[in-house]
Design a protein around this ligand. Structure first.
Ligand SMILES: N[C@@H](CCC(=O)N[C@@H](CS)C(=O)NCC(=O)O)C(=O)O
Length: 248
C-alpha cells in the first residue's frame, strides 16, 4: 500500500496545478482538498502550512479526513519542492531524468520559466507594468532556445518532466492573457505581444506550448476556457481592491 498523500490546493492556483499535473502524470493515488483561499480555515495554517499558502501536502500517517490532519503525517509546501517529491516518489513516471546533466537541464528550464516568463507575466497581468509584455516575449525566446532541436517532444527531450509540469500553467495563462486580452494591462499591449508570439520565428515555441496544453495530465488540470473565466474574476477582485483603497 502506498503512503497516503493529500494535496491541499485550489483549482485556479497555478502553483497547485503544477503539483496536480505531476500527480496526474504519475497516476498517483491521492486526495485533493480545495482550500477556500478567500476564507482560509484556521487549521490549515496551524496544522499544514504556516505560510497559509497552497499547494501543500500531507504525506504518510493514517488516513484521516483532510480537515483533521494527523500529527503523524509529514507536512510539506512549495510547488517546486512538491513537484520533485512526486517525481522522486514515482520514478517510473520519468518526471525527473536519472542522468545528472539532464536533471540540471530540467532545473535550468524551470528557473528560466519562473524568472523570464512567469514573473513578467504576473507583473503585466496584475499591475500592467510598462514593458513587461516585451519581457514575456524575450522570455519565450529564451525558452524556445532551450527546446530540443528536433522541434519535437517536451522541454528537455521526449519525456514529459517536471519542467513541463511547471511550464504548463505559465504557458496557458500567458496565452489566455495575450489572446483574450484578460489582465490589467492596456489592450493594445496584448495585440502587440500576440503579433510577436504568432510570428514564424516563434513556431517551435508555439508547437511546444500546443503539445503541453494537449497533454492529458495538463488538460485534466488546466482548461483554457474555465481558467479564463476564473482569471476575469481575479481581475475584477484586483480592480475592486484598488477602487476601495483609492476611496479611503
Ligand atoms: N512559492 C509558493 C507560492 C504559493 C502561492 O503563492 N500560492 C497562492 C496561490 S497560487 C496562495 O496560496 N495564495 C493565498 C494567500 O497567499 O493567502 C509556491 O510555489 O508554492
Amino acid at each position: 500500500m502506498p503512503e497516503q498523500l493529500t494535496l491541499y490546493g485550489h483549482r485556479h492556483s497555478s502553483t497547485s496545478m503544477i503539483v496536480a499535473i505531476a500527480l496526474s502524470e504519475a497516476k498517483a493515488e491521492h486526495t485533493f482538498y480545495e482550500v477556500d483561499l478567500r476564507n482560509k480555515p484556521a487549521w490549515f495554517a496551524e496544522n499544514i502550512n504556516p505560510a497559509g499558502k497552497v499547494p501543500a501536502i500531507t504525506y504518510g500517517g493514517p488516513t484521516v479526513p483532510p480537515d483533521q490532519p494527523s500529527p503523524q503525517s509529514t507536512k510539506l509546501a512549495e510547488s517546486l519542492v512538491l513537484v520533485e517529491l512526486v517525481a522522486d516518489l514515482h520514478p517510473a513516471a520519468g518526471l525527473l531524468p536519472s542522468d545528472p546533466l539532464k536533471r540540471a537541464k530540467v532545473r535550468f528550464f524551470v528557473t528560466t520559466v519562473q524568472t523570464r516568463y512567469l514573473e513578467p507575466y504576473f507583473h503585466w497581468f496584475a499591475f500592467g507594468r510598462p514593458g513587461a509584455w516585451r519581457e514575456i516575449y524575450e522570455g519565450a525566446r529564451a525558452i524556445q532556445a532551450l527546446l530540443p532541436e528536433s522541434g519535437e517532444g517536451y522541454a528537455v527531450g521526449e519525456e514529459f518532466t517536471t519542467a513541463d509540469c511547471v511550464f504548463a500553467p505559465a504557458a496557458g495563462r500567458t496565452k489566455i492573457a495575450y489572446e483574450r486580452g484578460i489582465g490589467r494591462f492596456p489592450p493594445e499591449e496584448a495585440v502587440q505581444l500576440r503579433e510577436l508570439m504568432d510570428a514564424p520565428e516563434m513556431a517551435r515555441f508555439r508547437a511546444y506550448v500546443g503539445r503541453v496544453l494537449e497533454r492529458p495530465s495538463v488538460k485534466a488540470n488546466f482548461g483554457e476556457d474555465w481558467v479564463a473565466e476564473g482569471t476575469k474574476v481575479v481581475v475584477e477582485l484586483f480592480n475592486q481592491r484598488d477602487a476601495a483603497s483609492a476611496s479611503t
